[in-house]
Design a protein around this ligand. Structure first.
Ligand code: GCO
Length: 450
């Protein structure tokens, strides 16, 4: 057995990272628009103001996606482009952009997988307390209804939020992502609770408003551990590492996924965070825990873990000279075997790899082409591991490569290139990298060439 017949070979991108047109056609400000004005926050003071200018180039981009043969495209919607104040008046031009994008995708045989929130939070709502304000859950539900009313006659696949670990943790604790603030740990847990409530209300809203039967998930960070050997002890240690909370920190899987899927916060976290716990009102956990159709996971790399008599497990550092990407992330293909397997075992939902890919040293070579053999090698290794997970019996719905095109990599600006499509940010010219041609063959052969 290999990849299932209807496997969704896709690619991903996010609104703020590719759209540009930050101040056009009535779009409201997002926290990222504000963050980019802040000196010293983004590499070389770069901004997403124009980026790939996908807003004006979307037809060309969708055509290229069609040439690559994508079956699915994971896009996100800019909340303030549609609702400039976050709630209230709809910006019809902004909404029309997504309406037309969806049509263009479908005309090219590409299924749109829509993420409602990939971090461009409306600045107007940040000024009202952002995720710290309990009303944020209702604001998010109102926005969700607008999108679902417009697109659900053609869109079936929905993800509520991308990586709460990052938009809460990096955005509100470390302060290196928008909105760029540093709160205390109890406030972080309160903001997380509201984001989880927002997730639950969004799922309810999608189900209530959808015109076609929706398939709903989220796209948290998939924090993965690889056992150092196939021994039962090491496998158990890796599993324990992935699903336990051992530090007063936001970086874990279970504080986010357990409430969504089991309806409770994990016991170890409740104990460890005892003095910092959020206000949880009656009925909140029921609201957060809505039936989901798939478990989305963004997986790029993993830690290697070994069983240890004292603490249950220990993390084995990578040896000197171990391969790393330009993000400084280790190349650990097995993450796409153990990640889906462990997440499926625990949460019992079909898996979608909502992001995976590599930032590489890409430039236009003397022959005018963009040769990226490392990306092809990286992806081949990771996809072989994913195939093993499928062969083992993990139901995997699809794989969304990050990213369809080079884009604004948050605080790293344009320094990191993740795309299958090379973007010249000055001319806005697009060039298919070698990996894009290679990926086309992967798709055509349904993974047979891997
Ligand atoms: C994230 C986001 C993406 C990133 C990608 C590469 O994980 O931070 O979902 O927007 O661009 O993961 O870092």
């Amino acid at each position: 057995m290999s990849f299932p017949k209807n496997f969704v070979w896709g690619a991903s991108a996010a609104s703020y990272q590719i759209e540009g047109a930050a101040f056009e056609d009535g779009k409201g400000l997002s926290v990222w628009d504000m963050m980019c004005r802040w000196q010293g926050k983004i590499f070389q003071g770069q901004t997403g103001n124009t980026s790939c200018d996908h807003y004006h180039h979307y037809l060309e981009d969708v055509k290229l996606m069609g040439e690559i043969g994508l079956k699915g495209y994971r896009l996100s919607i800019s909340w303030p482009r549609v609702l400039p104040e976050g709630i209230g008046g709809v910006n019809h031009k902004g909404l029309a952009f997504y309406d037309q994008l969806v049509d263009a995708l479908l005309e090219n045989g590409i299924a749109p997988w829509v993420t409602l929130f990939h971090w461009d939070f409306p600045y107007a709502l940040f000024c009202r307390g952002g995720w710290l304000n309990r009303d944020s859950a209702d604001w998010f539900a109102e926005y969700t209804a607008v999108i679902v009313d417009k697109l659900s006659d053609r869109v079936a696949h929905w993800m509520t939020q991308n990586e709460p670990q990052c938009f809460i943790g990096l955005g509100h604790y470390d302060g290196c992502h928008a909105p760029g603030i540093q709160l205390d740990f109890p406030e972080i847990l309160q903001a997380t609770h509201h984001a989880l409530l927002a997730h639950g209300k969004a799922v309810q809203t999608i189900r209530a408003h959808a015109k076609t039967v929706p398939l709903i998930g989220a796209a948290p960070v998939g924090i993965v551990a690889i056992p150092v050997s196939d021994s039962t002890d090491d496998i158990g240690a890796a599993r324990q590492n992935m699903f336990s909370i051992t530090k007063k920190h936001y970086w874990n899987n279970t504080w986010y996924a357990d409430p969504m899927i089991f309806g409770n916060y994990p016991h170890d976290g409740l104990k460890l965070f005892e003095k910092d716990l959020p206000q949880i009102k009656a009925g909140d956990m029921e609201t957060i825990c809505q039936p989901l159709d798939f478990y989305g996971a963004n997986i790029y790399h993993a830690e290697t873990v070994q069983a240890d008599n004292k603490n249950g497990y220990q993390i084995i550092p990578q040896p000197d000279g171990y391969p790393i990407t330009t993000m400084d992330w280790p190349v650990t293909p097995e993450a796409l075997y153990w990640g889906p397997k462990f997440f499926y075992e625990r949460y019992q939902l079909p898996i979608a790899i909502t992001e995976n890919g590599v930032a590489n040293m890409d430039w236009i070579h003397l022959d005018g082409k963009v040769h990226d053999p490392q990306r092809i090698d990286f992806l081949t290794r990771y996809l072989r591991a994913l195939r093993r997970a499928v062969e083992y019996g993990v139901p995997v719905l699809g794989y969304f490569l990050w990213s369809i095109m080079d884009n604004f990599e948050w605080s790293h600006g344009y320094k990191r290139r993740f795309g299958l499509i090379y973007v010249d940010y000055q001319t806005k010219k697009r060039i298919l990298k070698d990996s894009a041609h290679w990926y086309r063959n992967v798709i055509v052969s349904n993974g047979g060439n891997l």
